[in-house]
Design a protein around this ligand. Structure first.
Ligand code: UDP
Length: 194
């Protein structure tokens, strides 16, 4: 895996399986790791919002969530880079978590959707330790939310607040949260809810 820059975004040139393997390695590590799935809107957003640059450089892994990015990469001779959507990543990591005993916290979506997603995940993986909280909160609620997440001791935190808010949230609180693997997953929690 080398790095391919498209505009400001340093993409890792991994296959989907390599991305999953990286993520499970991160989940087993002590230190916090940040993974971003970047689609075309996100790439364009990074041109307008300079405040996102340190976050891009600090992320452990940025994967392309858009076929245009994959095609651009092929033109540059990177045939190993594959599209990895937030949903695919979440689904594969939930399966890995059930197998390996990782605890998973889902932050985001409406209260109804979050509750449905938790029920669906528990139905698929009865042995998986999963908890969650909806993504509609004020800045004043953040300390309480950080406490709630920390108290659960997750290895994996999936944050679905929409891009780039979820990436900013993860970046701002990565040390406070100190979760081994944190990923922004967009509308994935709604999809898990069915
Ligand atoms: N969302 C949230 N809090 C907010 C705004 C949005 O939890 O204040 C959730 C929303 O309910 C949805 C997700 O964030 O589940 C955004 O999904 P979308 O597909 O729009 O995000 P994208 O994939 O474009 O980042």
């Amino acid at each position: 895996g080398t790095v391919l820059r498209i505009l400001n975004v340093p993409f890792a040139t991994y296959t989907e399986n390599e991305v999953i393997a990286r993520c499970t390695d991160y989940a087993m590590d002590q230190n916090p790791h940040v993974v971003i799935t970047a689609g075309p809107e996100f790439v364009m957003h990074t041109r307008r919002d300079q405040a996102l640059l340190p976050l891009l450089e600090g992320a452990d892994l940025i994967t392309p969530d858009g076929i245009g990015i994959v095609l651009a990469a092929r033109l540059h001779g990177h045939s190993d880079l594959e599209r990895v959507t937030g949903v695919t990543l979440a689904e594969k990591l939930l399966a890995q978590s059930a197998e390996r005993g990782f605890r998973v916290f889902l932050l985001g979506a409406s209260p109804e959707s979050n509750a449905k997603a938790l029920n669906a995940v528990r139905a698929s993986y009865p042995e998986l330790a999963v908890a969650g909280r909806n993504g509609y909160f004020d800045a004043a609620d953040v300390p309480m939310i950080l406490d709630e997440i920390r108290a659960f001791h997750p290895q994996i935190l999936l944050v679905g607040l929409g891009q780039p808010r979820q990436e900013r949230f993860i970046w701002e609180y990565r040390d406070a949260l100190s979760v081994p693997l944190m990923i922004g997953v967009g509308g994935t929690i709604d999809i898990l809810a069915g």
